[in-house]
Ligand binder design. Structure first.
Ligand SMILES: Cc1cc2nc3c(=O)[nH]c(=O)nc-3n(C[C@H](O)[C@H](O)[C@H](O)COP(=O)(O)OP(=O)(O)OC[C@H]3O[C@@H](n4cnc5c(N)ncnc54)[C@H](O)[C@@H]3O)c2cc1C
Length: 426
């Protein structure tokens, strides 16, 4: 039931009851069951069961500060499933991109803004996985993020350097004891004001990407100031503007020395972008699940509105396109998982191809989820745009997906560059 969410009830009791999380999950499961291997279907259902119980146990209205839920979710191993965390004593099964897809689907249906916030912690986990070098404090930070004890953020964007992320202005100055002093400003960091750990990039010479380093930051240190940037379309997500003033980073927190930061920044980018694709697919399914139930129950002119072609047919188009995106994304997830299982890493050629595929799917999925959320809301009439259901959250969040993780034009730039490179080899 979601009837606690809105201030004034607009949707009738019967439909609200049917829009319950467990029924929306059922719709998703029936759509996907023929395409998922049993271990993933089981994991999806297990995660869904957790969220259904969680919602009931805490009487959740989705108006709460979702950051407070993270420790309990983390205890279940549901912050990230991208990696195998055996080396830090955690044995979560299944893991890999397909498992991550399932985790995100279940989380997004429960609460889309929570799913997006958790995604930024995953972005801080990935570089620590690659560069902990068994240093105690890095392993500690990694574990705390994976089990949800702490929240993570990744700091790339600056007020004057957005799409042109490599030419940074934030300066790192190496000290004689191997520590670094950081000065500069970062902006639009998901989780920024809530983060306990941040992974941040800075250069030793302004605008010189080849002098970039990568730093792990404990946000309780002196010299870190985080302010909240309000993005009205995602009112419960905390986005930050961080000012670094002589912030001292001890040597054991330096994940990449000047010169290594740039390749560290790019090495995880494909999978990070792919994470956004999955998030977009989950948001589209979430919107579809609402519209599917609503238009099957809502009557006008003595008929369920689904039966009017003007409602039912456009919904089928949105469903078909979302299924297309899902099958494409599942296929890529499976390929990534197979390669990782076989080789323990992604082969160079495959990773190059994945860069373009991630851009293709990111741009298509960002556009699609925005359209699907809007059209589903539209098919639900007033019920789709009032605050009684998560449609309201979905309308907001899908409007920003083209920007984060590289804007539409940057994805187009990557793709058109690839077309040029392809032309040179034919
Ligand atoms: C909700 C949200 C969450 C975010 N989370 C994070 C985060 O966790 N960490 C982080 O570091 N950053 C984060 N960002 C920042 C995000 O990555 C940047 O906003 C994005 O890269 C664009 O930078 P910008 O906002 O400065 O826009 P600009 O780069 O100024 O772009 C403005 C416009 O110009 C276009 N443009 C720029 N260059 C070109 C070009 N060469 N060709 C064609 N068009 C171009 C852009 O596509 C865009 O339309 C987040 C942003 C949002 C909105």
């Amino acid at each position: 039931m979601q009837n606690q969410k809105g201030k004034v009830q607009c949707v009738n009791d019967e439909i609200l009851e049917k829009l319950a999380l467990k029924n929306r999950y059922k719709f998703l499961n029936y759509c996907l069951m023929s395409y998922l291997k049993p271990e993933y279907m089981d994991f999806l259902k297990e995660t869904q069961k957790f969220y259904v119980r969680f919602e009931k146990k805490h009487n959740i209205t989705h108006n709460e500060d979702f950051y407070e839920w993270i420790p309990e979710i983390g205890e279940q191993g549901l912050i990230t499933r991208v990696n195998n965390f055996k080396e830090i004593g955690l044995n979560f099964e299944p893991y890999g991109m397909t498992a991550e897809f399932m985790r995100i689907l279940a989380t997004d249906f429960f609460d889309p803004q929570l799913a997006m916030g958790m995604g930024a912690t995953v972005l801080a986990v990935n570089p620590l996985m690659l560069h902990h070098e068994n240093v105690e404090i890095r392993l500690k930070a990694l574990k705390e993020l994976v089990i949800g004890k702490k929240i993570g953020a990744i700091c790339i964007t600056e007020p004057e350097r957005g799409s042109d992320a490599v030419h940074m202005e934030t300066i790192s100055e190496k000290q004689s004891d191997g520590s670094f002093l950081l000065n500069g400003v970062k902006i639009y960091q998901t989780n920024g004001p809530k983060a306990d750990w941040a992974v941040l990039y800075a250069v030793s010479e302004k605008d010189q990407g080849n002098t970039m380093g990568q730093f792990l930051i404990d946000t309780s240190w002196d010299g870190w100031k985080a302010e909240r940037v309000e993005i009205p379309w995602t009112p419960r997500l905390h986005i930050g503007k961080e000012t670094l003033t002589n912030l001292r980073v001890p040597p054991e927190y330096v994940l990449g020395q000047p010169g290594q930061g740039r390749s560290h920044l790019f090495e995880g980018l494909n999978l990070e972008r792919f994470g956004i694709v999955i998030l977009n697919a989950a948001e589209a399914w979430n919107a579809l699940s609402h519209a599917f139930i609503y238009v099957n129950m809502r009557k006008q002119f003595n008929q369920e509105i689904l039966k009017f072609q003007g409602v039912g047919f456009p919904l089928t188009d949105l469903w078909a396109e979302t299924m297309n995106l899902t099958l494409a994304a599942l296929n890529v997830c499976q390929l990534i998982d197979d390669k990782m299982k076989e080789k323990g890493t992604l082969p160079k050629e495959f990773n190059l191809a994945l860069g373009v595929t991630a851009s293709q799917l990111k741009s298509v999925s960002a556009k699609l989820c925005e359209r699907v959320a809007y059209e589903c809301a539209n098919l639900m009439g007033g019920a789709g745009v009032c605050d009684n259901t998560l449609m309201h959250d979905l309308l907001g969040i899908t409007r920003i997906q083209e920007i984060g993780g590289g804007t539409r034009q940057i994805q187009q730039y990557i793709m058109s560059y690839a077309l040029r490179q392809l032309f040179k080899v034919i």
